[in-house]
Each structure stands twice: as C-alpha cells, then as structure tokens.
Design a binder for this molecule. Structure first.
Ligand SMILES: [Zn+2]
Length: 398
C-alpha cells in the first residue's frame, strides 16, 4: 500500500533519491532537486539542515565520479563507405589501444546504418519489423537506425570480408522508398578521468577524419555509492524504518508500509517482560537449537526429515544470497542465508523464521513487524522453545 501525499508528513524520514529517477515513488515530496541527473526528493520531515547535508554530499561526491567521454563520429552515405575506410578507423583505434599510456579506457567502436524516412513514421515501423533497430525522431523527421554487424577487429575480419558485410547490408535494405540515401555511421568512444587526457587524444581521432567532441558525464558507479551513503545516513539519523519497508532491503519487508518501528519494539518488549524472559533468551535458544542442526548438516548429507535436536526437529532452507541487517551490521552470512523451522516433536508446534532473526532479536530486540511474513512472534517463540527455562529444564529437558 502506497502512502498518499497527505501521509507524507506522518512518515518519519521519507526520502528517495535515485539516479535518473527524480520523482518520489510515494506521494508528493516537499522538494525535488537534480544534481547531475541524480534525483533527490525530500520528505517534509527533513529539516533544512538535513536537506542541506544531503545536497552537500551529492555535490561533493558526484564531482569525484565525473568522467570525460571522447566521441569520434563518421557519417557518410552507405553507398560511399568502403571496407578500406572502416579499416583506416579501426587501425587507429587498435594503435591507440596497443600504445596505452593515454589515461583512457573502454575504447569502443560501433557501426550503424541509418535509414531516413522523413515524416513517414509508419513506413519506418514497417521496415523495422524485418530490419530491426530503433526509430529516432527529430523535428518531425524520423530515421530507422540499426547496428551494422561487421567485424571490427583485424583478427576477426579482413578488408575483403568487411566489403562482403557492406554488400550484404545494402542488399538487405532492398527497394525501400527513403527521404535520403541510407547513411553509414561509425562511432569511436573512449572514457577518461581527466578532461586534459581526453583533449590530448582528440587530435588522433580528428586525424582519421572523425567529427570529435568531449562530453562530461557522471559515471554510473556513483549510484551504488549514493545508495550506500543514503543507507548509512538513514541509520545515523534514526530513520532505519525507511530501510525496513517492503522492496528496500527485501521484497516482503521487515515492516509493513505504515507500521512504526518504535511501536513494534515497545510492544514486543512488553510481551517479553510479561513472560519473564529477555530478547537474548529467545535469540540464544534459537541459536542453540538451529546451530546444532547446522553443524550436523555440515557433517552429513541432506536429511529429508530434518535433524532431531533434543525434543525438536529442525529443518532449514539455504538461500543463494543473504539478508542484510537494516541497521547495516555485518551478521554471520551463514545465518543470514537460511530460513528455519523448529518443530516440537511431541506437540507438533512449529516456529518458523529467517536465520537473520537471531541477530535481529539479540542485538536489536526486533522480531520483525506484524505485517512481515518473516516475523517471529515472541509469545509463540516462548511457547515452542519452552521459555522461560527452569532449573529442572536445564538439567532434564533438552
Ligand atoms: Zn544489526
């Protein structure tokens, strides 16, 4: 359930900011800003100082992720391009690559064919069905642009072979009515950390007859840095529940859309107190029982019926990945990648939960929200696990 705009002010720390997604995913934010295509949408609950802190981070951090892309393009009628001319361009690219020491990386060469259809979008659509590619539109004119599959490395194709590919391409365009003759496009690109290095190599691209430009942009890798910083910021400013909502750290979420963490924690603490046990008692009992089963499973092959541990039967499921703690601790990945079922063999009562719950209960007193399918209810846990344990339990009941 998504919060409506009027709910925004009641959310403790609503803030979304993602690369290329400046719109809030939940309701209307109080402010939307864009810093080098990184969108930031702010909740009304953020103070002026907090917004300034986030913006300060974005501005300072994004600077460190700036890159400079050198473009060299060649656009000529397809009828005029030859294997020799393409070889000339790829030879320069190869020489630059082999020489190294230019401060650049990701040298790439792409070739495309453009079919100008003028205002006839429907004709372009029709051709696309057999020719592939995508339709680019500009000032009511459109062109179908498709990648040209020709070998661009000398070791993969000789000049004679490229000429064969070109002849095949001209043939596959066939007898189609166009606004202008088909165009051959080649694009050579290279990425640099420093603008000066990009400019230094630009004359090499110019010399082979390419139209060149250097464009500043922000590296995609900034995204994960920003997300990581945002997570730490939310925890630091007491807004951990933002990370617990469905779809953030897990699809199902640690809390429902509108549940409040402080209320869940308080209520569970009251339940534990009324039972005369602590969160640590519950966590260590689960750790003891499931831990024994885990150690046993490492020694022997899979047990179809689970592992018998005292009066319990324990089954578990191992996942490929592991669940992160929303407080950003680093829990044991062995525990954070399993789900368990503890069954009392006599009564048949079961307790299910994720392995991470042991950490969440012990370190944070958190049993997950009532709306979370992974909640381990403290009262049910106490019942199945036989808590509180008496002196006699410790001696005789395992
Ligand atoms: Zn933690």
């Amino acid at each position: 359930m998504a919060a409506s705009p009027s709910d925004i002010e009641t959310l403790p720390g609503f803030m979304d900011w993602f690369v290329g997604e400046p719109d809030a995913t939940r309701g209307e934010p109080v402010g939307v800003v864009e810093v080098h295509r990184i969108g930031a949408t702010f909740s009304r609950s953020l103070t002026e100082e907090e917004r300034a802190e986030v913006l300060g981070f974005l501005h300072s951090h994004i600077g460190a992720h700036k890159e400079y892309k050198l473009f060299g393009t060649l656009a000529v009628p397809l009828a005029e391009i030859s294997g020799e001319r393409i070889d000339e361009v790829r030879t320069v690219a190869r020489e630059i690559e082999l020489a190294g020491n230019h401060g650049g990386s990701y040298l790439d060469m792409k070739c495309m064919v453009g079919l100008p259809f003028g205002a006839r979008r429907d004709a372009a659509e029709k051709k696309r069905a057999t020719f592939g590619g995508e339709i680019l539109e500009d000032d009511e004119k459109c062109a179908l642009v498709a990648p040209l599959v020709i070998p661009l490395r000398q070791d993969a194709g000789t000049v004679a072979e490229i000429n064969k590919y070109l002849a095949h391409e001209r043939k596959s365009i066939g007898d189609v009515e166009l606004d202008k003759p088909p165009v051959f496009l080649a694009e050579l690109t290279m990425v640099f950390e420093e603008r000066a290095a990009a400019e230094a190599l630009r004359p090499r691209f110019d010399a082979v007859g390419l139209t060149t430009k250097v464009v500043e942009h922000v590296s995609k890798s900034v995204f994960w840095d920003v997300v990581g910083w945002q997570e730490r910021w939310l925890v630091k400013t007491g807004r951990v529940e933002e990370l617990m909502r469905p779809g953030v750290f897990s699809t199902a979420g640690f809390l429902g859309e509108t549940e409040r963490l402080d209320e869940v924690l308080k209520e569970d603490a009251r339940t534990l107190a009324s039972l005369g046990i602590t969160a640590k008692d519950v966590a260590s009992r689960i750790r003891e029982i499931v831990g024994k089963a885990l150690r046993r499973s490492m020694k022997s092959a899979r047990a179809e019926d689970g592992h018998e541990i005292g009066r319990f039967r324990v089954r578990f499921l191992k996942w490929g990945g592991y669940q992160e703690c929303p407080w950003l601790c680093t829990p044991d990945p062995g525990w954070a990648s399993i789900d368990f079922v503890i069954e009392d063999r006599r009564s048949g009562a079961k307790l299910r939960g994720p392995g991470l719950i042991v950490h969440l209960i012990a370190e944070h007193g958190f049993f997950e929200g009532k709306e979370s399918p992974y909640r381990v209810d403290p009262r049910e846990a106490a019942e199945v696990l036989g808590l509180p344990r008496t002196f006699w339990d410790r001696l005789f009941r395992r």
